[in-house]
Design a protein around this ligand. Structure first.
Ligand code: NAD
Length: 396
C-alpha cells in the first residue's frame, strides 16, 4: 500500500508542478491504482494490503496555495486520499459514525441509492439495519447469503460491511389493521410477518433499543409511465402513498426510538419542481409532497425530538426502479451533456452526501433539499439543444 500511495503522491505532485503552466481547467489521470483510508476510517484501519479498486487523480485549477489533489475510488464516490503537495498528514475532519445505528428503508439489491447510502454509513462506522419490501425480500436475502453482493460489500480498506438485520417492510401500511385481505392472502407476503411500519419500528426497538439515522430510499408509482393527465386517481394516490406518506409514517413510528441529535433523510428528484416529461403517474407530485413534508417534518420532529430532516435531490442513476421507468439511459446521457459537471453520477456520491448529512458535521442542517446531481438543477437551458447549434455564446 505504501508504494501505491507513494506513487499516487508522486504523480499528484508532478501534476501540481506541471499545472503551473497554462492548461485546460482540469487534468485527469484515470486508472491509477491506489489504496487509502475511506472517509471516517482512521489510519490504523487501512493497513490492509489489498488494493482492489481503480482510482483517478484530479487536479483542480486553483491558486498554487490552495491547489488540492484528490484520489477518487471508482464505484464509491469516496475521496480516499488527498494532499496539498506536502507529505504532512491532514489534521482531519472525519465523518465518524461509530456507535451510531442506521435503519435504511428501501434496499433490495446493490444497484440503488439505499445500498450506496448503507455502504457509506458503514464506511463511517455505523451499524446497518435495512428494511426490504416484502415481495423482494426472499431474493434479496438469498442473494446476500449466496455472496452475490460480496464485491459491492467491499469497503475501501478491503473489509466487507455487514447488514446487522434485514426487516421485511411494506411502507404502504402503517399498522396491521390497515392490511387488506388480498395482501394478507397474497403468496408474496406468505412467510413474512410484522412488516407494517409500526411493527417494524417495534421490532427494531425490541432488537436494538434505538437508532440514530433513518433513511427513506423508496418510491413506487404504478402508473409512472403514464402522463399526469392520463393517470387514474387510484394510481396517483398509490404514488403519493408509497413515495411520500410512507416517509411521514416512518418518521412518526421511528422518531420515538431515535436518539436526540439523530438525523433523517429521504431521496427526491428534480421532477418535483421542474417539468420532466415521462416521469408521470403522479410521481412528480409525490416528490413535491416529499420536499414540502421535509420542511414541515423538520420543524415538527426538530422541536419534539431534536431530530434533523433533509432530503437529497439526486441525479439520474441506473437503479432497478429507474430502469422500470424506461428512459434512464437517456436521462443519464442528458445529464452528462448538459450539467455543469459532465461526469456520470456515482451512487457513492449520494452515499457520501448522506453520510455527511447524517453526521454531527451537519448538525445545523435541517429542512433542506440538498442537490447531489452534478449541478443539473442549476441549468436554465439544455446546452446540447439543436436550437442552440449556431449560438456560439452558450459554448463553454
Ligand atoms: P431502488 O430500486 O434501488 O429503490 C427503490 C426501493 O423501493 C426498492 O428496494 C423497492 O423494493 C422499494 N419499495 C417499493 N415500494 C415499497 C414499499 N411499499 N415498501 C417498502 N419498500 C418499497 O431505486 P432507487 O432509484 O435507488 O430509488 C431510491 C430512491 O431514490 C427513490 O425515492 C427514488 O425516487 C429516488 N431517486 C432515484 C433517482 C434515480 O435516477 N434512480 C433519482 C432521484 C431520486
Amino acid at each position: 500500500m505504501a508504494s501505491s500511495l507513494t506513487l499516487a503522491r508522486a504523480v499528484a505532485q508532478s501534476l501540481v508542478a506541471a499545472s503551473s503552466t497554462p492548461r485546460p481547467s482540469r487534468s485527469v489521470i484515470t486508472s491509477a491504482t491506489v489504496c487509502a483510508a475511506p472517509i471516517g476510517l482512521r489510519s490504523s484501519a487501512h493497513s490492509s494490503s489489498s488494493c482492489f479498486f481503480a482510482g483517478s487523480l484530479a487536479v483542480n485549477k486553483l491558486s498554487p496555495a490552495t491547489r488540492l489533489v484528490s484520489v477518487r475510488a471508482h464505484g464509491t464516490g469516496q475521496i480516499v486520499a488527498s494532499s496539498n503537495g506536502s507529505s504532512a498528514p491532514l489534521p482531519g475532519l472525519p465523518i465518524d459514525l461509530r456507535g451510531k445505528r442506521a435503519f435504511i428503508a428501501g434496499v433490495a439489491d446493490d444497484q440503488g441509492f439505499g445500498w450506496a447510502i448503507a455502504k457509506a454509513l458503514a464506511s463511517a462506522g455505523a451499524e446497518i439495519l435495512v428494511g426490504t419490501w416484502v415481495p423482494a425480500l426472499n431474493i434479496f436475502e438469498s442473494s446476500l447469503r449466496r455472496g452475490k453482493f460480496d464485491e459491492s460489500r467491499k469497503l475501501a480498506n478491503g473489509s466487507m460491511f455487514d447488514i446487522a438485520k434485514v426487516y421485511p417492510l411494506d411502507a404502504v401500511f402503517d399498522t396491521p389493521e390497515d392490511v387488506p385481505e388480498d395482501i394478507k392472502n397474497n403468496k408474496r407476503y406468505a412467510g413474512s410477518s410484522k412488516w407494517t411500519v409500526q411493527e417494524v419500528a417495534e421490532s427494531v426497538k425490541n432488537d436494538f433499543g434505538s437508532i440514530d439515522i433513518l433513511v427513506h430510499s423508496l418510491a413506487n408509482g404504478p402508473e409512472v409511465t403514464k402522463p399526469l393527465l392520463e393517470t387514474s386517481r387510484k394510481g396517483y394516490l398509490a404514488a403519493i402513498s408509497a413515495s411520500s406518506y410512507s416517509y411521514v409514517s416512518l418518521l412518526k413510528y421511528f422518531a420515538p426510538i431515535m436518539n436526540p441529535g439523530s438525523s433523517s433523510l429521504s431521496l427526491t428528484y428534480l421532477a418535483s419542481e421542474r417539468i420532466i416529461p415521462g416521469y408521470g403517474g403522479g410521481m412528480s407530485s409525490a416528490k413535491a409532497a416529499l420536499e414540502s413534508d421535509t420542511r414541515v417534518l423538520a420543524f415538527e420532529v426538530g422541536r419534539k425530538h431534536g431530530i434533523r430532516v433533509n432530503t437529497i435531490s439526486a441525479g439520474p442513476l441506473r437503479s432497478r426502479a429507474a430502469k422500470a421507468i424506461g428512459f434512464i439511459d437517456k436521462m443519464i446521457e442528458y445529464s452528462t451533456a448538459n450539467a455543469p459537471l459532465t461526469k456520470e453520477l456515482d451512487s457513492g456520491d449520494v452515499g457520501n452526501a448522506a453520510a455527511f448529512l447524517s453526521s454531527p458535521l451537519a448538525s445545523a442542517i435541517t429542512g433542506s433539499v440538498v442537490y447531489v446531481d452534478n449541478g443539473l438543477n442549476a441549468m436554465g437551458l439544455a446546452v446540447d439543444s439543436q436550437s442552440l447549434v449556431v449560438e456560439e455564446a452558450v459554448k463553454v
